[in-house]
Ligand binder design. Structure first.
Ligand SMILES: C[S@@+](CC[C@H](N)C(=O)[O-])C[C@H]1O[C@@H](n2cnc3c(N)ncnc32)[C@H](O)[C@@H]1O
Length: 276
């Protein structure tokens, strides 16, 4: 079977399964299988593919038909230009979260605390971009911390990253110039409406703590001020409808210079503030 034939039949299969972008997904999966860039697939239109690669590709197509996201099938996601291993134990890092990176890299700081690191995409990106910085990153999932450790080695920052199993601030001592978190912020009502791709393949604890979706902000903001160093900044990712509610929690906790920042789609995405 040639590349072109395989693409045609697999795209038809994905279409039948109700996958919204069968052309893109089949090309991404086949390119990975053949260890090529997607744009180079066209150069091989008439080339034959080995039986082993064809079987591997069909296994991927079948997984996609079961709504497994392409990045989870491939086992990696590109974030701020670097590839991060991802799996069933961690949230697939979202492009919108790069807003946090942009804001943090605008600051001068020596150390950072990330709460709820998942794959480690935020902490490891900041460390890779800032070779003089150190970071403590926590999670309530030991499996997620293992993935973050693998990613920290892949990007050569493991000596500057302390990974800690902790319920928010429970195991945290000392103070930090930057505190950052992209906490679980989906309400139980919104969770019930998420796509099968998200519900089945991102861990529930990475998406929602139930209720109104604000519980993590209440927990974090009730203790964050005392963990920030003088002139320190806190950056929290928010759902695009949560700016008013989370802004109110920042004010109640006594923060100053509270600002809402938009993502590339012009939606409210991050709130930042200072302790004094
Ligand atoms: C939205 S995910 C963010 C993952 C990663 N930082 C990112 O942006 O892709 C939230 C993370 O918070 C972690 N988490 C949930 N509850 C927590 C808690 N009580 N203490 C620490 N981490 C928690 C989850 O395990 C998950 O990894």
């Amino acid at each position: 079977m040639t590349v072109q034939e395989l693409l045609t039949v697999s795209q038809a299969k994905l279409r039948e399964c109700g996958i919204s972008d069968p052309v893109r997904d089949a090309r991404l999966l086949l390119a990975d299988c053949l260890e090529l860039r997607t744009q180079n697939l066209n150069l091989l239109d008439d080339s034959c593919i080995s039986e082993i690669k064809i079987s591997k590709f069909w296994r991927m197509i079948n997984e996609r038909c079961k709504r497994k996201p392409v990045a989870k099938i491939l086992g990696y996601r590109s974030f701020w230009g670097r590839d991060f291993e991802i799996n069933e134990n961690v949230l697939d890092p979202r492009g919108d979260t790069e807003t946090l990176i942009e804001l943090i890299l605008d600051c001068n700081f020596d150390n950072m605390l990330e709460l709820g690191t998942g794959s480690g995409a935020i902490a490891i990106t900041v460390l890779a971009e800032r070779p003089e910085v150190t970071c403590v990153a926590t999670d309530i999932s030991q499996y997620a911390l293992n993935t973050a450790r693998t990613n920290s080695k892949r990007h050569g920052v493991e000596s500057r990253l302390k990974l800690l199993y902790s319920n928010w601030f429970d195991k945290i001592s000392g103070s930090f110039d930057i505190i950052v978190s992209n906490p679980p912020y989906i309400s139980s009502k919104e969770y019930a409406q998420l796509s099968a791709e998200v519900v089945k393949y991102d861990p529930k604890i990475s998406l929602t703590l139930g209720g109104d979706g604000l519980e993590a902000y209440r927990e974090i903001l009730s203790q964050a001020i005392e963990k920030l160093s003088k002139n320190g900044h806190i950056f929290l990712e928010i759902g695009y409808t949560q700016a008013n509610a989370v802004g109110h929690l920042f004010r109640e906790a006594g923060f100053q210079q509270i600002k809402v920042h938009k993502d590339l789609g012009s939606r409210d995405r991050v709130i930042s503030a200072k302790a004094s």
